[in-house]
Design a binder for this molecule. Structure first.
Ligand code: PLP
Length: 393
């Protein structure tokens, strides 16, 4: 006998990874250049020079220390550097003692959820959302409650207020958003924080804001993402270097707790306990040192901005309805037929790999990941044109 849930998660796979695997097989079959793979959010821009330079430099240092265990929470010098970096972004001072270095945003979210959820407590996520939130929440013994967006795909805050119950323990926000590219404004974050503070008063317990931020630096047109710590006291930031430094396979990120959190000591202790119980020993030690040297740098984000313009303008000209993305590297395109899965299947006929939105918690869209080469976007346009013609756009 095996646990039913883990069996089901293992057998069902993520819709994104399934499509990416199809893409790999299809490329082997008909040739790399003939498949327009917009499936997965793997950065297409190399890591900045400082990453390889620091690796080379570090390889000349004491190998036993370099590859040895670090404290479970991360190297003290790195935690300090992270706190200093955060303190440039927010008016709320973050202490290195409440920074936990972990394996990307995914592990930050999982550890935090497991550390805070009691059986059957609820976690609210705003659709459209990263599909793994459901697995992360249910894996932690909780229940995911989905709040549908408004017309502009912004969080519907009235609906949010109604969704909060006595069982609500956490709320996940993701800005810039995967899959829509929407960035939450300071005003929205403030309203959201006010609603949560009122709910805490009403129910008499903490409700945590989990801010999932792997795309924080991926914003264009001179914008910056408002820092969540400034809008709500019980905030946990889950950050990752996967996208900003193009290091998704290296598994490095952190979580940080607000100094305004009343139960900060208990939550951090519980986070350390969960990590221990999961046999998670420490984040990769070489990468911790690389991050310490590279913090504050990013890959060349302007490449994604160029891709955004190419794809958005190209698809709009063909008659597709798209949400203009302020950040991340995804374009959310309205399906010309109600069933986005049927639309994505039809797109495959033209070797276009688009992710249907159903698993993101909304129907009727596809996600187009534009972390690809500009050349591929240009070459894909005749395929999009043929697809648009099928729908009479
Ligand atoms: N959250 C969102 C919204 C993502 O898009 C991703 C990855 O694509 C993750 C979390 C996980 O990222 P990481 O590589 O940092 O674990």
């Amino acid at each position: 006998m095996f646990p039913e849930k883990t069996l089901a998660w293992g057998r069902s796979k993520s819709c994104i990874r399934e499509l990416a695997a199809y893409g790999t097989a299809r490329k082997a079959q008909i040739g790399e250049d003939r498949v327009f793979d917009f499936s997965i959010g793997n950065p297409s821009v190399p890591a900045p020079a400082c990453v390889n330079e620091s690796i080379r430099e570090l390889l000349n240092t004491d190998s036993c220390a370099l590859h040895g265990y670090t404290p479970a929470t991360g190297l003290p010098s790195l935690r300090k550097a992270i706190a200093e970096d955060l303190n440039k972004k927010s008016g709320v001072e973050i202490s290195p003692d409440y920074v936990y270095v972990c394996c990307g945003a995914a592990s930050g979210l999982v550890i935090s959820l497991r550390a805070m959820l009691m059986p059957d407590e609820e976690v609210i996520a705003f659709a459209p959302f990263f599909p793994e939130y459901r697995v992360f929440t249910e894996g932690a013994g909780g229940k995911l409650v989905c709040v549908k967006p408004d017309e502009a795909l912004q969080p519907d805050l009235e609906e949010f207020e109604r969704a909060i119950t006595e069982k609500t323990k956490a709320v996940i926000v993701n800005t810039p958003n995967n899959p829509s590219g929407v960035v939450l404004t300071a005003e929205t974050l403030q309203k959201l924080g006010d609603i949560m503070a009122r709910a805490e008063q009403k129910y008499g317990h903490s409700i945590f804001l989990l801010s999932d931020e792997p795309y924080r630096e991926l914003v264009y047109d001179g914008q910056t993402v408002p820092c969540v710590f400034d809008y709500y006291h019980n905030t946990v930031m889950c950050y990752s270097f996967s996208k900003s430094l193009s290091l998704p396979g290296e598994r490095i990120g952190y979580l940080a707790l607000s100094s305004q959190m009343a139960e900060r000591e208990e939550l951090f202790a519980s986070i350390c306990g969960v990590a221990r119980a999961c046999g998670y020993v420490n984040a990769p030690s070489l990468m911790q040192r690389v991050i310490e040297k590279c913090i504050g740098n990013t890959s060349d984000i302007s490449v994604y901005k160029g891709n955004r313009e190419l794809l958005y303008n190209g698809l709009k000209d063909l008659g597709f309805e798209c949400v203009y993305p302020d950040g991340a590297f995804y374009l959310f395109v309205k399906s010309p037929e109600k069933d986005a899965k049927a639309f994505a299947e039809r797109a495959k006929k033209y070797e276009l790999l688009l992710v249907p939105s159903d698993d993101f918690g909304v129907e009727g869209y596809v996600r187009v990941a534009y972390c690809v080469s500009a050349d591929m976007i240009r070459r894909s346009m005749p395929a999009f044109k043929a697809l648009a013609e099928e729908y009479g756009l």
